[in-house]
Design a binder for this molecule. Structure first.
Ligand SMILES: [Zn+2]
Length: 369
């Protein structure tokens, strides 16, 4: 092709997709790459395009979403600098039609409060409906006019620079695609931050329809969570906190009840406690009392299991007991001498495995006498 509107992958921006049309025949373009001065259009299928007149059509919805995200990247960069300080410098960026991220130099984590300030600043630029000016300038002239600050996206290539500026906000040398006015971007919403390496923070964000989708998804999550608890979203944090507190209290009560309800047999001066479905912490509260062994069977729909644990002052090897119990359950067992576990699919062998475990514990206690 002698010329093209397709944007090749570059500058952190994903390539365009679309189609090439020749004599009514359509060829899907799945990717576009730059190679030297040429722009390579990669088309699907085995069809061959011959010479002659070819029309190109880019997937405009995808391109426009990328333009929004790309222009928003410049604005987020400027807003982060305004909020966090002049040390903010672009270390990398990536964007496609769905999301955008900007990596900036910063010595500590960006706080939730700072995130809100950056969002507020960025959206004030959007609502200011500022023009996005693109101009070609000789490199010397551009540097004299705007300074080295231009090179956020890396060192310049060539003698003529494409300079993209939003007056009063940001100037960068950039070859990507941008909207003409900041108002076209729509809401800019930061969706998260991440520490990607020492001194580099990643800011993830969305713009346009994608930020609307994000806000709607978050709202849906809140609505669902509030629906489960049957409360209004406004009181969700308070309600969750109360439920969590009560759940912890009830769990403690269940553990105490289990302790009381357990079958206890004293054998050679050692308590052998058997009780179904004990939690590890309930087991521990018994074995920490000394001179005790706990055997706790349990089952789910598909598997049976037995936990075996003992206090440090008892000479029983829980591992060998677990291995044998696991064999009976058609599965396996293992662990440490003090705590071990067995599991397997044979649900109807659970009573047999439990009896065998108790028997083995007694054999070992007898030997120890
Ligand atoms: Zn740009």
């Amino acid at each position: 092709l002698d010329r093209t509107l397709f944007y090749p992958e570059g500058g952190g921006q994903d390539s365009d997709t679309g189609m090439l049309v020749q004599n009514g025949k359509k060829f899907d373009v799945s990717r576009v790459e730059k190679s030297g001065d040429a722009v390579i259009h990669i088309i699907d299928g085995k069809n061959k395009i011959s010479g002659g007149k070819i029309e190109g059509e880019i997937n405009w919805q995808r391109r426009y979403a990328s333009m929004r995200h790309h222009t928003a990247t410049h604005i987020i960069n400027a807003s982060a600098r305004k909020v966090l300080g002049n040390h903010i410098w672009q270390r990398g960026s990536y964007l496609d039609e769905n999301e955008a991220r900007l990596d900036v130099s910063h010595f500590r984590r960006i706080s939730p409060e700072e995130v809100r300030m950056i969002e507020r600043e960025a959206n004030s630029v959007v609502m200011g409906a500022k023009p996005v000016v693109k101009e070609w300038l000789p490199i010397g002239e551009a540097e004299k006019k705007y300074g080295m600050h231009l090179y956020q996206g890396g060192a310049p290539k060539g003698k003529i620079l494409r300079v993209v500026s939003i007056p009063g906000t940001e100037v960068e040398a950039c070859g990507g695609t941008h909207v003409d006015n900041t108002a076209e971007i729509g809401l800019i919403k930061i969706t998260g931050t991440e520490r990607i390496q020492d001194g580099v923070e990643r800011i993830k964000f969305a713009a346009g329809y994608k930020s609307l989708e994000y806000v709607q998804e978050q709202e849906e999550l809140l609505r669902k969570a509030a629906g489960i608890l049957n409360v209004d979203t406004a009181v969700l944090p308070k309600t969750v906190e109360r439920f969590f507190r009560e759940w912890k209290k009830l769990r403690k009560q269940v553990e105490n009840l289990q302790k009381d309800a357990a079958a206890i047999e004293v054998f050679n001066g050692v308590k052998i406690v058997t009780q179904d479905d004990m939690t590890p912490s309930a087991i521990k509260s018994i074995t920490s009392g000394g001179k005790s062994v706990v055997i706790s069977p349990g089952k789910t729909e598909k598997s049976a299991m037995i936990r075996i644990a003992r206090s440090p002052d008892v000479n029983v090897d829980c591992t060998t007991v677990a291995v044998e119990a696991g064999r009976i359950l058609g599965g396996r067992g293992g662990g440490r001498k003090e705590v071990a576990q067995a599991g397997g699919p044979d649900l109807d062998k659970l009573d047999e495995a439990k009896a065998r475990a108790i028997g083995m514990v007694k054999e070992q206690l007898e030997k120890d006498l």
